[in-house]
Design a protein around this ligand. Structure first.
Ligand code: NAP
Length: 262
């Protein structure tokens, strides 16, 4: 894919991986549509990148709110007519243990991570189908392969994304619409800064953005990184369920105790 002269939507553009993607994509002569709930941050990014080749448009939108996504998409499409590449990256993680168990965290996690993507796709797809063109890239996670303790809602939401996009890729193939599933390992961002445990093969958001952009240019179906972490999660995925639960209990107690102190 040639990124020049493309209209590119990025959700979760105000921080971490999304922010790093914006900074890298701003080097191309493309039009960026940035989405987040934090307009001050988006405005600051727009100002800082004003001398870059990309044209930057910013929108306040809570992706977990279906009506807000509909209104924002309509506003965007009235300006640009079409989006060529949608990078659906907005996401949250919550630590939920039996002691603070609550469905509100599940609603928020699924509403943002999973439904937030579906709402965007709902609004973009008719144009994509009409043009028989477009790319939808979803940021899932390497945490989609097992239910990790304390982050079950997060893992389940990422598993839902990976699974859903597997089917979507097949459905959209005949319309020439590309589907990309992005699965990062640990990336140093505000999301992971609150993790008080060892994060193997942690990489910077700039490195993550670089890998993602190279993968998008090469039109990869899956962009999975870092490779060693991928292999490690594949191995963890192969451990028999009972054995996995036995070993997972140790980090569970450690993480739970630390999180409950915060
Ligand atoms: N960091 C990692 O190790 C890692 C690993 C695998 C996958 N991921 C995934 O990568 C994506 C980006 O994560 P990150 O690490 O860059 O986290 P981050 O620094 O916390 O950034 C999250 C982004 O999502 C946006 N967001 C959250 N809720 C939103 C909502 N309701 N509506 C609109 N925007 C919302 C935030 O913007 P506002 O708060 O300004 O709205 C922010 O821009 C997430 O999907 C995450 O699950 C991260």
């Amino acid at each position: 894919m040639d990124l020049e002269n493309k209209n590119i939507l990025i959700t979760g553009a105000s921080s971490g991986i999304g922010e790093a993607l914006v900074k890298s994509l701003a080097e191309y002569k493309c039009t960026l549509f940035l989405i987040s709930r934090n307009m001050d941050k988006l405005r600051e990014m727009q100002n800082n990148l004003s001398s870059f080749p990309a044209e930057i448009n910013i929108y306040r939108c809570d992706v977990s709110k279906k009506d807000e996504v509909k209104l924002t998409a309509a506003e965007m499409l009235s300006k640009s007519d079409t989006i060529d590449l949608a990078i659906l990256n907005a996401g949250i993680s919550r630590w939920v243990f039996p002691e603070n168990y609550n469905s509100a965290d599940a609603e928020e996690t699924f509403g943002t991570n999973f439904l937030g993507m579906i709402y965007w796709i709902e609004n973009l797809l008719p144009k994509f189908i009409e043009r028989k063109k477009g790319t939808i890239a979803a940021v899932s996670s390497l945490a989609d392969n097992r239910g990790y303790s304390g982050s079950g809602f997060y893992c389940a939401s990422k598993a839902a994304i990976s699974m859903y996009f597997e089917g979507l890729a097949v459905d959209l193939n005949s319309y020439n619409i590309k589907v990309v599933t992005i699965k990062p390992g640990f990336v140093k961002t505000p999301m992971t800064d609150k993790n008080d445990f060892m994060m193997p093969f942690l990489i910077t958001p700039e490195k993550a953005a670089d890998i993602i952009i190279k993968g998008l240019i090469k039109e990869k179906r899956y962009i999975i990184f870092p490779y060693v972490m991928y292999m490690l999660t594949r191995l963890v995925g192969l451990i028999p369920d009972r054995l996995y639960e036995f070993f997972a209990r140790q980090p569970y107690f450690k993480v739970r105790n630390k999180q409950s102190e915060n």
